[in-house]
Design a protein around this ligand. Structure first.
Ligand code: ZN
Length: 349
């Protein structure tokens, strides 16, 4: 009887996934908007939270975190979300500004929420570059080595013998994929599907797209064009543009053209040219048909006189400067100049 009831329930769910009156919804929140490894004005490091659900659960059936820079758990905490409530973490690449908060996140999950299912961590397979490998798998395996070596993990296990003895790496299931020039599905849960595509920044960099019944969002990460410097059509990635076709929201790292080598910032050309400019992102978002362009990982941050060691020529930039750049690129939709915890919801309330 119980089996019959649950079978009936399941088949009802398959026909009508949303309770009467509940509409599917998607919320995209920037958990950190700092560009690069610097620390400025309390901004958290790069990260984007994607939530999907319906009106009844505040769009929170599925929670996905993309990158986990410095302070990610603090921003999630402001939203009332503990690491144990995440269904998966996706990493765009192995730069510290995108994973500084990852050990903290896993440590908390291991410490307080180890009884929850293992956390899927989705990222590129090892990328071999001349002389070394860039390895997400190694990052996860060694994510809490300092706490293991210091004795903390063993000591915490004496406080709670049920904690997995290997430490935070024990609460993770790593899912790797080979990033390709065509989008491939790398993860799914119910109605939520995540695709990935290869993009250029450092070896193993990938960009993601989340498709849900409420709409789609693309997380570009730090993607830039495959051509490392001009002449080229755009500083943006052609693969990301392909991935973004028809997506309502694009979240992307942005550099302001004010930092360009012709403007006197002294930022090394290679570092400037490997990022997508706010104006080229505006052009790309328009070509892709996006409704919302969320600029994040801002280089330079709003109000900063310096980006790391490099001056911001002409003085600090304001929100209007990034917006203007994106609009001058041709974007007619909604430009969101990233600040920590800013969100876009689909459908809008
Ligand atoms: Zn970065």
């Amino acid at each position: 009887m119980r089996i019959l009831v649950s079978t009936l329930l399941l088949s009802c769910l398959a026909v009508a996934p949303w309770p009467a009156g509940a509409a599917p919804c998607l919320v995209v929140t920037l958990t950190g908007t700092q560009g690069g490894p610097s620390s400025f004005n309390g901004l958290a490091g790069a990260g984007t939270l994607v939530r999907f659900g319906d009106d009844a659960d505040d769009c929170s059936t599925v929670r996905l975190q993309f990158d986990a820079g410095r302070g990610t758990t603090m921003r999630l905490g402001q939203l009332g979300i503990t690491p144990g409530r995440l269904d998966a973490v996706f990493l765009t690449h192995m730069h510290s500004d995108h994973v500084d908060g990852f050990a903290d996140l896993l440590q908390m999950r291991w410490h307080f929420e180890y009884r929850r299912p293992k956390l899927d961590v989705v990222c590129s397979a090892d990328a071999m570059v001349p002389g070394f490998a860039i390895s997400c798998r190694q990052l996860v395996a060694h994510v809490a080595d300092a706490y293991v070596k210091s004795g903390e993990i063993a000591q915490r296990v004496t406080e709670d013998r049920d904690r997995p003895p290997g430490g935070p790496a024990d609460v993770v299931r790593v899912v790797t994929f080979e990033p390709r020039d065509e989008a491939e599905q790398v993860w799914s849960l119910g109605d939520v599907k995540v695709m990935a595509i290869r993009s250029t920044h450092i070896g193993g960099h990938a960009s993601y797209r989340v498709d849900t019944p409420a709409g789609s969002v693309v997380i570009g990460g730090d993607a830039g064009n495959d051509a490392a410097a001009p002449p080229r059509r755009s500083s943006t990635s052609e693969q990301v543009e392909k991935l973004a076709q028809g997506a309502a929201i694009i979240v992307h790292s942005a550099i302001h053209p004010a930092m360009g080598p012709d403007k006197g910032s002294k930022m090394p050309r290679a570092i400037y040219f490997r990022q997508s400019t706010a104006s080229d992102l505006g052009a790309m978002a328009e070509r892709a048909g996006a409704k919302h362009l969320m600029l994040t990982h801002l280089i330079p941050p709003l109000g900063a006189v310096r980006q790391g060691p490099w001056d911001v020529p002409g003085g600090p930039l304001a929100e209007a400067d990034y917006r203007k750049a994106a609009e001058e690129g041709g974007f007619a939709g909604n430009v969101v100049v990233g600040t920590d915890l800013v969100s876009v919801r689909l459908p809008a309330r």
